[in-house]
Design a protein around this ligand. Structure first.
Ligand code: DQA
Length: 149
């Protein structure tokens, strides 16, 4: 049985490619999913990529990751990062390491993006590296599996 990594994307990330490309780049979420599937295959990791504009879906999927004993969750919660205590609680409620990812670097943007409710309960954070940040996160998950982190 291969290890599972769930990649959960929050609101507005379905619009990647056309949404503020000067901030988020031209890569679509489908491109990212395809890249991660290939990378996962090379690493012996099954990658399950999802996106929802609804907070509750992200919470349900975190619970699912716990029930499926996922190796890790890669989470870009979009703007819910800055608002959702329910998401933070869900991360604490499951014993799966969560790697927080942002395409942009929220710390270098508006003040309201400087607060993350996810970071204090995340295993680590990768932000500011565009779509490549997801690849870095999957590598981090693979390294965690080998006890290298
Ligand atoms: C984002 C950063 C968030 O502040 C923003 O609300 C997003 C995308 C990112 O990937 O850079 O939707 O999570």
């Amino acid at each position: 049985m291969t290890d599972l990594v769930m990649v959960l994307n929050g609101p507005n990330l379905n619009l990647l490619g056309t949404r503020e490309p000067e901030i988020y780049g031209a890569t679509t979420l489908d491109d990212i999913a395809a890249m991660l599937h290939d990378q996962g295959q090379a690493l012996g990791i099954t990658v399950d990529c999802r996106q929802s504009n609804h907070e509750g879906h992200l919470i349900d999927w975190l619970h699912e990751a716990g029930a499926r004993k996922a190796l890790a969750v890669i989470l870009n919660a979009g703007a819910y990062t800055h608002t959702s205590i329910a998401l933070r609680d869900a991360i604490r409620a499951v014993s799966v390491p969560v790697i927080e990812v942002h395409l942009s670097n929220p710390a270098a943007r508006e003040a309201f993006r400087h607060v993350s409710h996810v970071s204090p309960v995340a295993a680590g954070v990768i932000q500011g590296f565009g779509a490549g940040g997801y690849a870095l996160a999957l590598d981090a998950a693979a390294r965690m599996r080998q006890g290298k982190n």
